[in-house]
Design a protein around this ligand. Structure first.
Ligand SMILES: NC(=O)c1ccc[n+]([C@@H]2O[C@H](COP(=O)([O-])OP(=O)(O)OC[C@H]3O[C@@H](n4cnc5c(N)ncnc54)[C@H](OP(=O)(O)O)[C@@H]3O)[C@@H](O)[C@H]2O)c1
Length: 221
């Protein structure tokens, strides 16, 4: 059975990814900053919980050591943060660390694991809010810039990884009812993740490097 690694899998979209792939019989590795508290994740079939704070270099090193050379058919970089609405220097840096630097550094470090698998796919949860074409309302400078930057980085990864046979996609999950999306969001996690799983299922080297919504719509950069 194929293996999925998904970060931030203790709640929200990450938990739903873990749940749906587990239900399909995949082997799932879900990461959480506090594994002891990730009870819903721990209760899933074929699912191992591993500790990972993506913004903590020591945690990333320990995680990589524990993972070893296990092949990963699919790496989903899901963990993310909204950051503050006010433009605060320290918070901007922290948000860039979680939303931009960590997903990209992890992808680079996980490349051998993904190359060793059969399916060889990577996906990052970014956001339409990182689209400059779509930005008609301004604001959210910290979040928008962190997602625009991760798009730029992962577009390069898509090109750089092509010769290694790894296909890469940048995903907008929609506006989803999670702690981040809030109760007024338009869709639930099941709808969002089912759609993104279809996009990931269709992903191959020919479609690598695109910025796609959960309903397969292409998003302008
Ligand atoms: N919901 C939406 O409407 C929406 C829209 C567009 C894009 N997205 C993106 O989709 C992804 C998932 O969002 P969500 O709505 O599921 O958010 P969420 O409910 O707030 O969950 C965020 C997840 O990220 C984890 N996380 C945060 N900082 C971390 C760190 N330093 N290291 C490891 N894990 C960390 C959280 O872990 P803890 O529980 O330990 O905090 C949690 O598991 C994010 O990248 C988000 O930007 C969401």
């Amino acid at each position: 059975m194929p293996t999925l690694l998904v970060t931030g899998a203790n709640r929200g979209l990450g938990l739903e990814f873990a749940s749906q792939y587990s239900a399909d019989g995949w082997t799932v590795i879900g990461t959480a900053r506090e594994p002891d508290k990730a009870t819903e994740l721990g209760a899933l079939d074929n699912c191992a919980t591993m500790q990972l704070d993506v913004a903590d270099a020591d945690s990333v090193d320990s995680f990589m050591n524990a993972l070893g050379d296990r092949p990963l058919d699919l790496f989903i970089s899901n963990a993310g943060t909204y950051g503050s609405r006010e433009v605060d220097r320290g918070d901007w840096r922290k948000t860039l660390e979680v939303n931009t630097i960590a997903p990209t550094m992890l992808a680079l470090r996980l490349k051998p694991n993904v190359m060793a698998s059969e399916r060889k796919k990577m996906a990052v949860l970014t956001s339409k809010m990182g689209s400059m074409t779509d930005n008609g309302s301004g604001g959210a400078i910290i979040y928008r810039s962190s997602k625009a930057a991760v798009n730029a980085a992962w577009k390069s990864l898509a090109i750089d990884f092509e010769d290694d046979g790894i296909a890469v996609v940048m995903l907008h999950p929609g506006w989803v009812q999670t702690d981040m999306g809030g109760p007024n969001a338009l869709i639930d996690t099941k709808t969002s993740v089912s759609g993104m799983r279809e996009v990931i299922g269709d992903l191959d080297l020919n479609s690598s490097g695109r910025f796609l919504a959960y309903d397969s719509a292409e998003i302008g950069w």
